[in-house]
Structures are given as structure tokens and as C-alpha cells.
Design a protein around this ligand. Structure first.
Ligand SMILES: NC(=O)c1ccc[n+]([C@@H]2O[C@H](COP(=O)([O-])OP(=O)(O)OC[C@H]3O[C@@H](n4cnc5c(N)ncnc54)[C@H](OP(=O)(O)O)[C@@H]3O)[C@@H](O)[C@H]2O)c1
Length: 286
């Protein structure tokens, strides 16, 4: 039995649906069961916040494998992940499949990426067999890089990112969760192309039928332009350094892993925009 966390969210929900298609026994371990996908014959355990180790242990009880979706932005995210991992160990789980981040190192420019490195290290120190899916930036988010004014602003310079669709990550996750041979392995989740933000703006211009442009900010300008959001410094730093990681080439490399795992070429941004016109509705249309 596979315990699926994050099933009320975009990635976990897609993974749960794919496991259901494969007829695999699963349990959805979520905070709010009323928002969990309704899948016939699938048990839902609620009240499972990563902050509550005992609730997580109950949710994982009897599971052989846990699909652990990384928590939302949180100053204490590493602790939340450690709690969830330790709960899996306490529940007697054998394997964990964790959604990490591309090029997660202790000193990656992307400050939130560091949480993933430390989570991976923690998992490796347990008795669990592990598989890490190291996700590049979600392609699904690229339209939202641009505000309603059609401008992408950030300190990404001329760097590139091999952005990846959540659907493709979900397909890879379903393969890893249901097939043998992925123990103690890390896979890089990228799309089939690596884009500059100028190229992303061009694709958005074509799709939306209105000009979308990319304005290069300095790191200081990026911090200032995000200050009116009212977010705390650590959070603004995470947002800004996503772009810095692009500028520094950390997110550029294209990986064959999704195609190897799923047998299908992952989506490009153009494919995604064609199939998901709602994704850029905030940009208006011609
Ligand atoms: N690669 C990227 O570009 C990128 C971008 C953004 C985020 N991410 C990471 O990827 C993860 C999955 O992405 P997504 O698109 O599926 O995000 P999402 O739609 O926001 O879903 C996140 C899921 O994780 C659950 N969750 C978050 N924090 C939790 C906690 N402390 N305890 C228990 N459950 C928690 C949420 O539960 P609730 O529904 O109860 O909130 C939700 O089910 C995100 O959580 C984030 O860590 C990656």
C-alpha cells in the first residue's frame, strides 16, 4: 500500500489519480479530507500535518511506501520534513519517494532549494530505501512569472531553466512508485528544453496574443519590487533567488530521466500553453 501525501494539491492529486488508474492500493494522508480527491475504494486520513508527527505516523501505519510531497513555503520546512520522515520510520514504512528540487545542494543560490538538500540528507540517514525526484521549476508556473502588466521581472539575467510540467513529474512518480528498481536513486525532473526568460516571454506573447516582456532586475531591485507584498524577508529571498539560480546556470541542464521513466517525451512550454489556455488568462487575450 502506498501512502500519498499532498493529495489535496496539484502534484499529489495527479499522482493519486495515476495510481488509481493503475489499480494500486493507496491511502491519501492529508490535512483536510474534505479537499481530498474522491477516488472509489481509496481511504483518506485527515488531520495529517507534517508538524504533527503522531498524526503522520497514524496516516502511514501499514504503508509499505510513502510518497512525500515537500511542504509549502515555511521558515521551518526542514523540521516539518524531518517529522514526516521520522513518522514513516516509526510506522514501519520501507520506502520513501520524496519530491526534492533540481540541483539541491547546501549552498544553492535558491534558498528554498537548500531545504531539499537537508531533507535528502536526513532521509539517507534513516533505514528507509529512498527515491528522490528532483524537480526543476514547474512549467505550470511560468505564465505567472508575468504580472497582469505582461512583464516578467527578476534577476535571472540570460540564464536558462529546464522547466517541467507537473503532469510529467506525476507520470514519473507513478512509474517510480509502482515499479521495482528505483531504490536509492535520484532522478532529475526537467522538460525537454531549457529556456531563457526572453524565450518564455516570446512563447507567452504568441499564446496570449499580447506583448509579454522580460525585464532584468538586479538582486536589490528584485527585493525592493517584492517588498510591497508584505511577505517576510526569508520568503522574499526564496522568491528572488529562484531567478538568481536561473542566472547562475543551476537550473539549465536537461535530463533524460522523465522520458526514461515514462517512455514519453515531457511537455514543452508551447505544448503546455496550447493545452492549458486558462494558465495565462490573467494576461488577457487579443
Ligand atoms: N518546482 C517548483 O517550481 C515548485 C514550485 C512551488 C512549489 N514546489 C514544491 O512542490 C510541492 C508540490 O507542489 P504542488 O504544485 O502540488 O503544490 P500545492 O498544490 O500547493 O500542494 C501542496 C500539497 O502539500 C500539502 N502540504 C503543504 N504543506 C504541508 C504541511 N506542512 N503538512 C501537510 N501537508 C502539507 C498541501 O496540503 P494543503 O492542501 O492542506 O495545503 C497540498 O496538498 C509544494 O508543496 C512545494 O514544496 C515546487
Amino acid at each position: 500500500m502506498i501512502a500519498v501525501t499532498g493529495a489535496t494539491g496539484a502534484l499529489g492529486g495527479r499522482v493519486a489519480a495515476r495510481l488509481a488508474e493503475r489499480g494500486v492500493e493507496q491511502r491519501l494522508v492529508v490535512r483536510d479530507p474534505s479537499r481530498a480527491p474522491q477516488i472509489e475504494g481509496v481511504e483518506v486520513v485527515g488531520g495529517a500535518s507534517y508538524a504533527d508527527g503522531e498524526a503522520m505516523r497514524r496516516g502511514f501505519d501499514g504503508a509499505e511506501t510513502v510518497f512525500l510531497v515537500s511542504a509549502g513555503e515555511d521558515r521551518h520546512r526542514i523540521d516539518l520534513h524531518r517529522n514526516a520522515v521520522d513518522a514513516a520510520v516509526a510506522a514501519g514504512v520501507e520506502r520513501i519517494v520524496y519530491t526534492s528540487f533540481f540541483a539541491a545542494t547546501p549552498d544553492t543560490a535558491f534558498t528554498f532549494g537548500r531545504d531539499h538538500f537537508h531533507t535528502e540528507e536526513h532521509i539517507k540517514q534513516t533505514s528507509l530505501r529512498w527515491t528522490f525526484l528532483r524537480d526543476n521549476i514547474y512549467l505550470d508556473y511560468v505564465p505567472f512569472f508575468a504580472g497582469e502588466d505582461g512583464v516578467i521581472r527578476g534577476p535571472a539575467g540570460d540564464g536558462r531553466a529546464a522547466v517541467v510540467a507537473r503532469d510529467d513529474i506525476a507520470a514519473a512518480a507513478a512509474a517510480v512508485l509502482t515499479e521495482d528498481g528505483h531504490e536509492d536513486a535520484a532522478y532529475d525532473m526537467t522538460g525537454p528544453e531549457s529556456l531563457t526568460l526572453d524565450e518564455a516571454a516570446e512563447l507567452l506573447t504568441e499564446a496570449a496574443g499580447r506583448p509579454v516582456t522580460y525585464v532584468r532586475e538586479t538582486i536589490e531591485e528584485a527585493r525592493e519590487s517584492r517588498t510591497p507584498s508584505g511577505a517576510e524577508d526569508w520568503e522574499i529571498e526564496g522568491w528572488v533567488t529562484t531567478y538568481v539560480a536561473i542566472a547562475e546556470g543551476e537550473l539549465e541542464r536537461i535530463s533524460p530521466d522523465i522520458e526514461r521513466l515514462t517512455g514519453r517525451r515531457p511537455m514543452t512550454l508551447a505544448d503546455f500553453l496550447r493545452e492549458n489556455p486558462d494558465s495565462y488568462s490573467h494576461l488577457g487575450a487579443s
